[in-house]
Design a protein around this ligand. Structure first.
Ligand code: SF4
Length: 287
């Protein structure tokens, strides 16, 4: 090796980014290191698991012929989705007892209560469900899963994203649309056509936020994502993933290894895996 040889990266540099990874890095680089670089298991949370189950129920609804997409069918699809998740590690890791499981089930059903007031699924012309898409930007692959891609009355593409959390206040509305602008970029890259509309359906409140993507908004996504990737690459090379404290720390699975809380990140790789395995080995609550 010569003196001019580049130093080996401290962490492997990822070659792909998704909207959630971009958001994870910008929210807290240290958490990004734990979850996306070291890929440490995270304690499952009820909100995330509920979200996955609701997405699955809606996917099942749209697999049905249009005339079968009724409230009764969606309730049945929710029951099917809950049964599918009964043996999923994310569900088992919640350690719910019988009462907790019944409450969890009610909360999942409550999340679809307002759905039929938001849209009529018999009129939706879906062309893709849970659609995996990826596109290259230089050496980087951008990828994401679109909940639903459909055609409007004019045959134009519409991207729909289901949300099970709270709708953002006005100030945060544009930020919440960053993910769907990312999907808009993917559509343009894959289909050669920019969607006419992107929409977020907030199922818990029944609100829908819509926007029309522009050449500028799509370009902004590639510029921003490329900048984030450069910062990720730099952090991987230097090993400098700074903790960024916020209210998200209250829900962070890695707080005990976070230097901002007096933890030692180098212990996370072994201890997080052991803690996760111990959690899953405990007797399960009744699904
Ligand atoms: S506890 Fe907070 S600062 Fe530390 S890794 Fe988690 S989110 Fe980041």
């Amino acid at each position: 090796m010569t003196d001019t040889a580049a130093a080996a990266p401290t962490f492997p540099v990822p070659t792909s980014l998704s909207p959630s990874r971009v958001s994870s890095f910008t929210s807290c680089p240290m958490q990004f290191r734990f979850s996306s670089i070291e890929k440490l298991p995270e304690a499952p949370g009820p909100a995330t698991t509920r979200g996955s189950i609701v997405h699955r129920a809606l996917e099942l609804l749209f697999v049905r012929p249009t005339t079968d997409r009724t409230p009764e069918a969606l309730a049945a699809d929710m029951t099917t989705a809950l049964a599918e998740y009964a043996t999923d590690p994310d569900y088992l890791g919640l350690r719910l007892d019988a009462d907790g499981a019944a409450k969890f089930e009610r909360e999942c059903h409550a999340l679809i209560d307002k759905y039929f007031a938001m849209e009529d699924p018999t009129t939706v012309r879906e062309i893709g469900l849970e659609l995996w898409m990826e596109a290259e930007v230089g050496a980087l692959t951008l990828r994401g899963i679109i909940d639903r891609l459909e055609l409007d009355d004019d045959g134009e593409l519409v991207v729909t994203d289901y949300k099970t959390g709270r709708a953002p206040s006005g100030n945060y509305e544009q930020k919440s649309l960053a993910g769907v602008h990312f999907y808009s970029f993917l559509c343009e890259a894959v289909f050669g056509k920019r969607p006419a509309k992107i929409r977020l359906m907030y199922l818990s409140s029944g609100e829908t936020i819509e926007t029309v993507p522009s050449a500028q908004s799509v370009k902004f996504i590639t510029t921003r994502t490329t900048a984030v990737w450069s910062a990720v690459e730099r952090a991987c090379t230097t090993g400098d993933f700074r903790p960024r404290q916020s209210k998200l720390c209250d829900y962070c699975s890695f707080q005990q290894w976070c230097p901002a809380f007096g933890g030692d990140p180098s212990r996370a790789a072994t201890e997080a895996v052991a803690a996760h395995e111990a959690l899953l080995a405990q007797p399960t609550g009744a699904p």
